[in-house]
Design a protein around this ligand. Sequence first.
Ligand SMILES: Nc1nc2c(c(=O)[nH]1)N[C@H]1C(S)=C(S)[C@@H](COP(=O)(O)OP(=O)(O)OC[C@H]3O[C@@H](n4cnc5c(=O)[nH]c(N)nc54)[C@H](O)[C@@H]3O)O[C@H]1N2
Ligand SMILES: Nc1nc2c(c(=O)[nH]1)N[C@H]1C(S)=C(S)[C@@H](COP(=O)(O)OP(=O)(O)OC[C@H]3O[C@@H](n4cnc5c(=O)[nH]c(N)nc54)[C@H](O)[C@@H]3O)O[C@H]1N2
Ligand code: SF4
Ligand SMILES: [Mo]
Length: 764
Amino acid sequence: MEKSEEKLKISPPPKTSAGIHAVTNALRHVYGKMGVIRGTRGLLDLNQKGGIDCQSCAWPDPDRRTINEFCENGAKALADEGMTRRIGREFFAENSISELAGRSDHWLGQQGRLTEPLILREGSEHYEPIGWDDAIGLIADKLNRLSSPDEAIFYTSGRTSNEAAFLYQLFVRHFGTNNLPDCSNMCHESTSVALAESIGLGKATIRLEDFEKTDLVIVIGQNPGTNAPRMLSSLRAAKLAGAKMIAINPLKEVGLTAFVDPNPQHYGDPFSGPLTLITNKATPLADLHLPVRIGGDMAVLKGMMKLLLERERDEPGSVLDHKFIADSTSGFEAMAEALDATSWDDILASSGLTHEQLDAAAELIAGSRSFITCWAMGVTQHADAVATIQDIVNLHLLRGSIGRPGAGLCPVRGHSNVQGDRTMGIWEKVNPSFREGLEREFDLRTPERDGYNTVESISAMLDGRAKVFFAMGGNFAAASPDTAAVEAALRKCDLTVQVITKLNRTALTPGKTSLILPCLGRTEVDEQAGREQFVSTESTMLNVQMSKGIFEPASRQLRSEVWIVCRLAKATLSDRSKVDWDGFAANYDRIRDSIERVVPGFENYNERIRKPGGFYMPNPPRDRIFTTPSGRALFAASRLNTIEIAPDRLLLTTIRSHDQFNTTIYGNSDRYRGIDGGRRVIFMNEADIAERFLAAGDLVDITSYFDDGERQVQGFAVVPYEIPKGCTAAYFPEANPLVPLKSHAKRSFTPTSKCIVVSVSRSA
Ligand SMILES: Nc1nc2c(c(=O)[nH]1)N[C@H]1C(S)=C(S)[C@@H](COP(=O)(O)OP(=O)(O)OC[C@H]3O[C@@H](n4cnc5c(=O)[nH]c(N)nc54)[C@H](O)[C@@H]3O)O[C@H]1N2
Ligand SMILES: Nc1nc2c(c(=O)[nH]1)N[C@H]1C(S)=C(S)[C@@H](COP(=O)(O)OP(=O)(O)OC[C@H]3O[C@@H](n4cnc5c(=O)[nH]c(N)nc54)[C@H](O)[C@@H]3O)O[C@H]1N2
Ligand code: SF4
Ligand SMILES: [Mo]
């Protein structure tokens, strides 16, 4: 990768998040990449009812909206897609793929939007243009020549709309495989597994309005100031209404500490304008920060629950919601027994916290009738993630803090439609009732056997069981664990295909033949058969709403994801399929009509999606209906496993900077952590730095250890940081070569990207 030309600057992190810097930064990105007129038009339409649904995160929009319903990072995502720069055949004639592979992810993304379908022929060093019909014909031919449909893998990233996702999985299953890995496998899969088992639905049980009705918000392993910035408005609303807040995170993230709301309209005066931006005050957020040791969250949860049970024993009826536990749950006794068997020594060692810190947290929980717990990757990407999330549920069940105003679970999904994609059937597993609905609607047979998830897909490509890799969006080579393994896996394929908007590393990690199919982004007008179409997405709080682009497509050669799927399905399945693919591509209402008949909760889809703000999916746990086999919410019992490492080793977690969207790098500034000018850094505790005779800015190599061997990345600059001793952090995706492919969460297969055993040594 190319060396950054900028110089790394390390400063102390700021004391508050957002505020005027968020506004100026947003405008710098938008105006710089899109120009003032186009940029302003885009911003005014972002997240408005009937407008463009922000492509960045899955945080919902409020039911009542103001003029500017976006945040700094939403604006950056808009600018990244809406940019005016373009790349086409000349660019690829000038630049060979090995030259391009030497460039940074940041540089690749800056070059511009892709404009035409491209092919990299076997043995060639340059992508060259190919017509749509030829490209689709080539893929269909390769697919049909496989000895089994299971030799093909169909990945999805979470930006794909409901409509495209539904048709894509229909095509894949009709073709004959369930090999539908997705980014969710690397993301909230642990949540889906844990919640489905514990409460019968793998999704959030709260809505935005609950933040104003709660007594306490617990944020575990999540950095909303960067990754769901408008969540800070909800946290602020909770605090202003008197709620307390606990942050559980090895890092003291600024976004969880104090927030200056950059939206003047939230101060009640729509005309207060720019002045408010300067005069408005910071709202302090977390009342208690627990700097947990990496991977110590289960210990924190078990510690807090043990303390709550002790209080209950001292003063019966003071803590537990006995009626709720008796009426609506199962497994309490077994869970309590497992807690009793967990020792305080293990809890303190694993959490890295003191008894007093855990006491303070338990005190806040005992004093709150209703509380909300929010979590994200700091919890899901660990070996014991599923059991840890079930402990979050246990904590809520003890207090009956679910299915009441201001009370409930809030997993915060990442990609803007990752949740909708799963609702639409993007899943490598077979859901029997979904399968039945699909087969009934389309009069076809679909495979019964589960397909490969992300980790299994990489193994299958590596050992030759899979030969075609097709990606609906995303950046598989950079986002997946174990970069060396995934690159080798892709290069072994006969054919790799990327349906993407921007050039990325996966397109530069080709199979023998590789295709780039450029598609429309959400900001662009999608016209089919002479009529403008719209698509729909589902937020993390189950709100389904429409998204309609406003800009001229970046090129006339771009096609919608829906169109691409329909053409490919028709070419591949030809007379094996009775599905009216042309009809679907010409009118997305027809796709929604089919979805309505297959997916529960989408009654009158076409009518309700046209209502301003859309509609909410059914959410049984919100009404205390738990669709588990017993019909009750489950207290799941588990054992605490403490991660033990040799004295010279450290734990490494991989995190996002404030200037990226996953593998899309907007810039080299991580403002909230005081980093500017570089991304190859490792955050370390001062004592760990001193023990190794290192100093700030020194370059080190990081080696990771797993039972299948060692992995290394080189030349990372040391950054002294407030992080527990023994813990370190580096950025995703730069640190991905260190994540062992086979190190994943039990049951969910989510790579353990937040807990890697490493050592650090001075670079030669
Ligand atoms: N701007 C922007 N927005 C995004 C994204 C983006 O890249 N950029 N990505 C989107 C996607 S796909 C997702 S999934 C989400 C991700 O959103 P987040 O989950 O917030 O993102 P991360 O940076 O991966 O890490 C989360 C936090 O976990 C903490 N952490 C690390 N290890 C541990 C641990 O062992 N225990 C605890 N308690 N905390 C830990 C880190 O310090 C960090 O604060 O954001 C989405 N939104
Ligand atoms: N070490 C480590 N690894 C991680 C994580 C971590 O925290 N640490 N996080 C994991 C998580 S949570 C996730 S979700 C995955 C993300 O994995 P992916 O979803 O695979 O990766 P992204 O970087 O979001 O994908 C970006 C690409 O999507 C394409 N794109 C953008 N918009 C569109 C569109 O509208 N349509 C189409 N078809 N393509 C589009 C662009 O070309 C861009 O290059 O990474 C995972 N990997
Ligand atoms: S909070 Fe998320 S969805 Fe909302 S504007 Fe910001 S990035 Fe977009
Ligand atoms: Mo994610």
